[in-house]
Design a protein around this ligand. Structure first.
Ligand SMILES: Cc1ncc(C[n+]2csc(CCOP(=O)(O)OP(=O)(O)O)c2C)c(N)n1
Ligand SMILES: [Mg+2]
Length: 637
């Protein structure tokens, strides 16, 4: 009988087979069924609570990653991860996505996570691969993306300490990127691999999220016959929607109702906590103008009359005085004045400051705080709304928002009319002005396109970014470590295959991640890339020029001009299998973009390079540091 039960639980014997064998032993059908019920239940508990499996260290890692819900493995591999890749090969239900540089691999995972909010799994090579991903890991850590990064590890404690591709003598591998991770581990014990991987998923995905790193010794990955427990995601990934204290909510509600000149400053916790609709309702009901702190998403409809754009101490609304600033899901005010020296506080002078969010370590680390509502943004806004409804009569509440937002509505309407008129004047120019490219792009792409932007001097005023599935969505990063856009767009499309994804990127930015098109072609990831080619690092040139030093006077901006030789972005994409075209005249723009969109509908990535005008200080300068080594040679070798 015991043998029968074992065979049934191991799936070597089906229900019917078990009944037949039990009938042979003299059991009635009813008795056999009654016997089976607890067995089935115990089996269910067994599968949902996890199981102990035996395999190589690498096989345990892959089994645990799959059980944790990893759908993709973003990677650029190396020899010392052989135990991992050998286990991964042919694993059903997980897809490997190759990137040709570690920076790209990270930005792909980052874009994927930002769009679908699931933790993203990455594997990179030992020391050199780990160091090479650091720039993009900085972006991911700054914006709190849940990335689980595994890597190979050559142990410099085994015999020699100066091993090729091992950490340098006396150092360890995780130190290289420690400041860009929440926690980093090095695992040498094969049995611990799945356990530490679970920790890695858990820490990465626990809010506030962020990247983690786990280096795995090559010999641990290759050890055979290792037994360890594998657990499903729901047994170690926690989701909690923390609610703030009732007394803090009440006090904040009173402050809001009494405030004469309030201001909301919103950040990424709003998007991450899916609280956009609550925020919109909150702003409208109470007539609260809203600006953005440091934010990679646009959590508020940018065409809304209450929307002031990025927080700016010198903006019209703030200058006229703010008595209450409510910072919602943002680390702080952000804004342009953050790095001025001597130090200048950037909170609205004299305003009381209320904060809402769960990232208590970031909250109020710089500007002061009068009241903190520690909790999930969505829950807190709902609680605040209820508290406000109990403070105001229904009729007062009905007119409250409209009356109070009169000033801000007039202000934003006037500012937008002025910006529109200025932009209109730039249409039809030669070369194409970025205002025209922005306007044509905004109206040509899908109404629910995801626009992944790595382009600091582009013009986005025409885009009606919102937060609903049927609205255009902005996706950026606040770190500004260049080399993010192409990978991030690729990851975004993997996360949202049924939405159009546009990669809107500067000429300079493309070249930090120039091998990223290959991945799009290899795996049929149809993205339209639009290159804003001003032959310049314009953002930096603006900074150089406003310093008003020698570069401003001479027009000699060191390292800024990117022409001579001109980079051929169409050929760059074509060399990796992406079709494209260059546009130099405004009249050809819409048709070119439409050809690109039609290619992506057919499943093919496409690139449109648009040659645009430079603007701002030093726009005319094509100067660069002339130097020609060939002419200086003594021998023609
Ligand atoms: C990794 C990295 N290197 C250098 C910089 C400095 N930087 C900031 S903006 C910029 C120019 C970007 O050029 P492009 O993408 O063409 O955009 P544009 O400024 O012309 O709009 C540079 C080099 C950076 N932010 N990150
Ligand atoms: Mg440029």
């Amino acid at each position: 009988m015991q043998e029968l039960i074992r065979q049934y639980l191991d799936h070597h014997l089906g229900r019917r087979g078990l009944f037949a064998r039990m009938a042979g032993m003299g059991f009635t059908l009813a008795a056999a069924k009654a016997f089976l019920t607890p067995l089935d239940a115990s089996e269910r508990v067994e599968t949902s609570s996890g199981s102990t499996i035996e395999g190589t260290g690498g096989e345990l890692v892959v089994a645990q990653a799959k059980a944790a819900g990893a759908q993709y493995l973003f990677t650029n591999p190396g020899s010392f991860e052989v135990g991992f890749y050998d286990a991964f090969t042919d694993t059903p239900g997980m897809q490997l996505i190759m990137g040709l540089h570690e920076g790209l691999v990270i930005s792909m995972a980052d874009g994927y996570h930002r769009v679908c909010r699931k933790p993203a799994l990455v594997n990179v090579h030992v020391v050199a691969g780990t160091a090479q991903m650091a720039g993009q890991l900085y972006n991911a850590s700054r914006d709190g993306s849940a990335l689980v990064i595994t890597a190979g590890l050559l142990d410099n404690e085994l015999w020699g300490d100066d091993v090729v591709l091992a950490p340098r003598p006396g150092f360890n591998q995780k130190e290289i990127i420690r400041q860009f991770t929440k926690i980093s581990w090095e695992v040498r014990n094969a049995e611990s691999l799945p356990l530490v991987l679970r920790r890695a998923f858990k820490v990465a995905a626990t809010e506030p999220c962020g990247p983690v790193y786990m280096a795995m010794a090559n010999y641990a990955l290759e050890t055979k016959g290792v037994k360890a427990q594998i657990l499903p995601a729901d047994r170690f990934l926690l989701r909690a929607r923390v609610r703030p204290s009732a007394s803090a909510v009440e006090e904040a509600a009173r402050m809001l109702v009494e405030s004469k000149r309030p201001l909301l400053v919103a950040g990424d916790e709003v998007w991450k906590g899916s609280a956009q609709a609550e925020l919109l309702d909150f702003s409208e009901k109470l007539g609260l103008p809203l600006s953005l702190g440091s934010a990679a998403f646009r959590p508020f409809p940018v065409k809304h009359p209450n929307y002031l754009g990025a927080y700016d101490l010198d903006s019209g609304y703030v200058k006229r005085g703010v008595d209450l600033a409510m910072v919602i899901g943002a680390p702080d005010f952000g804004g342009r004045a953050m790095v001025t020296s001597p130090i200048r506080s950037i909170e609205p002078p004299g305003a009381r400051i209320v904060r809402i969010g769960i990232d208590t370590a970031a909250m109020g680390r710089t500007s002061p705080t009068d009241l903190a509502l520690v909790g999930d943004v969505k829950e807190t806004l709902a609680d605040l709304r209820t508290a406000i409804e109990s403070l105001l009569t229904k009729s007062r509440l009905a007119s409250f928002g409209t009356a109070r937002s009169e000033e801000v509505r007039a202000l934003t309407a006037a500012e937008r009319a002025k910006a529109d008129a200025e932009a209109q004047q730039n249409f039809g120019r030669n070369p194409i002005h970025p205002d025209e490219l922005g306007a044509v792009l905004a109206r040509t792409i899908d109404p629910n396109a995801i626009v992944v932007s790595e382009n600091l001097t582009a013009k986005y005023d025409a885009f009606p970014f919102g937060f609903r599935e049927n609205e255009q969505m902005w996706l950026g990063n606040t770190g500004a470590g260049l080399g993010w856009g192409i990978g991030a767009a690729t990851g975004a499309k993997l996360a949202a295959p049924d939405r159009q994804v546009i990669c809107s990127i500067g000429d300079g930015s493309v070249m930090y991640s120039a091998s990223g098109f290959w991945t799009q072609v290899r795996y049929g990831i149809p993205i339209l890339t639009v290159v804003w080619n001003n032959h310049n690092y314009q953002t930096v040139r603006h900074a150089y020029d406003s310093y008003k030093g020698k570069m401003h006077k001479s027009g000699h901006y060191a390292g800024m001009y990117l022409g001579d030789p001109n980079i051929d972005f169409v050929k760059l994409a074509e060399s990796q299998g992406v079709k494209g075209e260059r546009v130099t005249s405004g009249t050809d723009l819409e048709a070119a973009l439409k050809r690109g969109i039609s290619a992506t509908r057919d499943g093919k990535p496409y690139l449109v390079e648009v040659v645009i005008a430079r603007y701002g200080g030093g726009a005319d300068s094509t100067w660069y540091e002339k130097f020609n080594l060939a002419e200086k040679r003594k021998q023609r070798v």
